[in-house]
Design a protein around this ligand. Structure first.
Ligand code: PSV
Ligand code: MN
Length: 429
């Protein structure tokens, strides 16, 4: 198997920080053990945590105003996988990549799978793109895809999804994520009822092509690109549709896809209780679907979401949850943003493992909000960096991934081989 980052580079860099790490680890080990927390078990959970990287996330993103491509940007899915392999070699929890078809152009899926295999990278959920086309065909997604009033357009959108499933079968994926941008910009433009009926009808046809061991993730979003109404606008609509489709249909929660002030952790709890939570697209935001780096604005929210997941998991209420990142890196080297985001997500997951949920429930039942808040805050304030660092050290990943990455001059080296991406027009990738 190829290593995107040579093992000796990582081990040499690790040598520089191991002494400090051991000191910090011993401290946290003793502290947590005194609180009756099984540190070995937490290390085990860290080793099992997996988070998929989006292929579109390793390219420089942009807004509708501009895009400023960075040097050494990946130009195709093969180069994107190479960048994802760099991240995985450093952090060790991102073994899978979530592609976007037909955004990612592939002529031979077998060749792609072999290439990814050679780096130890697998494929997570396939994202189907029916929110865009080049406008050259009369059968266009301009006025919607799966909900379009024209049967020919709906059929085309259904086919994109079936093609995505077929591609995913070759790649070893087990899921399809469907997000549609369908909606309207003007009151009266869209018949709310007819468009939802058409969505369900189209999705039922796609569902028939879904293998039994797959999950179809329904991703909702309140607005954008349509600014007046969106067909699958909220988790309630998503839940209703997932129920109509059947057991293999689950709801996907993208953290940016909620109206301001939505209590996302409560949405998560509701979906868990109804056995309809499928997975996440992690990112952070201040105003809307900003697609900022996970945990960069509101890490406490991330922690509270993981509290719901961890407490449900302890009660045996959680099935496989697909964790994915979905961000747009407009001004940073996407590799650095993804490393730090993977860290933030993992940190907050690990912090949720420190909460004593029995004790929390005891104080909830005693109606003691201060004690409840303290239990959560104490876990959130605990620095779990040494626990994660030690697991990384033991697994030959980087104790400090960003500093190792910077020693590689990776993008500068790649810029000699990869040409500067064309144009600085807007768009995600
Ligand atoms: C839409 O905003 C979204 O969150 C969907 O997941 C898309 O597939 C992704 O972003 C990429 O644009
Ligand atoms: Mn998303």
């Amino acid at each position: 198997m190829f290593k995107a980052v040579q093992s000796d580079i990582i081990s040499n860099e690790n040598k520089k920080s191991i002494e400090n790490l051991k000191y910090d680890f011993d401290y946290i080990y003793t502290k947590l053990t005194k609180q009756n927390i099984d540190v070995e078990n937490i290390k085990h959970q860290i080793k099992n945590f997996q988070l998929a990287l989006p292929t579109w996330g390793v390219g420089t993103g942009g807004t509708r105003f501009a895009r400023f491509p960075g040097i050494g940007e990946p130009q195709n899915i093969f180069e994107k996988i190479e960048d994802c392999a760099v991240i995985n070699d450093l952090v060790g929890i991102t073994q899978k990549v979530s592609p976007h078809f037909p955004w990612d152009k592939v002529s031979d899926y077998k060749e792609l799978k072999e290439f990814a295999d050679s780096f130890g990278i697998g494929f997570d959920a396939i994202n189907s793109n029916t929110f865009q086309d080049d406008g050259s065909s009369e059968i266009s997604f301009k006025y919607g895809s799966l909900t379009n009033s024209q049967l020919s357009v709906r059929e085309k959108a259904i086919q994109v999804n079936i093609d995505s499933i077929n591609a995913g079968k070759i790649l070893g994926s087990k899921g399809l994520t469907v997000w549609i941008g369908d909606g309207g910009n003007f009151p009266g433009q869209i018949n709310f009822s007819n468009s939802l009926d058409r969505y369900i009808e189209s999705m039922k046809i796609i569902y028939l092509s879904l293998p039994d061991d797959w999950v179809i993730y329904l991703e909702h979003k309140p607005y954008e690109p349509a600014f007046y109404s969106t067909v699958i606008s909220d988790w309630g609509t998503s839940y209703v549709c997932a129920n109509e489709l059947g057991q293999k249909a689950k709801c996907l929660v993208d953290l940016g896809h909620h109206l301001p002030n939505t209590n996302i952790e409560m949405v998560v709890s509701r979906l868990i209780d109804k056995n309809k939570l499928g997975g996440f697209h992690f990112n952070d935001s201040k105003f809307g679907d900003d697609d900022l780096d996970s945990g960069s604005i509101n890490p406490y929210e991330l922690f509270l979401i993981f509290n719901e997941l961890t407490s449900a998991s302890i009660k045996g209420k959680l099935n496989n949850i697909a964790y994915m990142i979905d961000q747009s890196h407009n001004i940073t080297d996407p590799i650095e943003s993804l490393i730090l985001s993977a860290n933030e997500i993992l940190f907050n997951y690990v912090k949720s493992l420190l909460v004593n949920y029995e004790e929390l429930e005891y104080y909830q039942n005693k109606n003691d909000p201060i004690k409840c808040m303290q239990i959560l805050k104490n876990a959130f304030k605990t620095d779990v960096t040494p626990l994660i660092g030690m697991v990384r050290y033991e697994q030959s990943n980087a104790i400090d991934p960003i500093s190792v990455y910077r020693t590689l001059n990776y993008k500068l080296n790649k810029s000699k081989i990869r040409k500067l991406s064309q144009g600085n027009s807007s768009g995600i990738v």
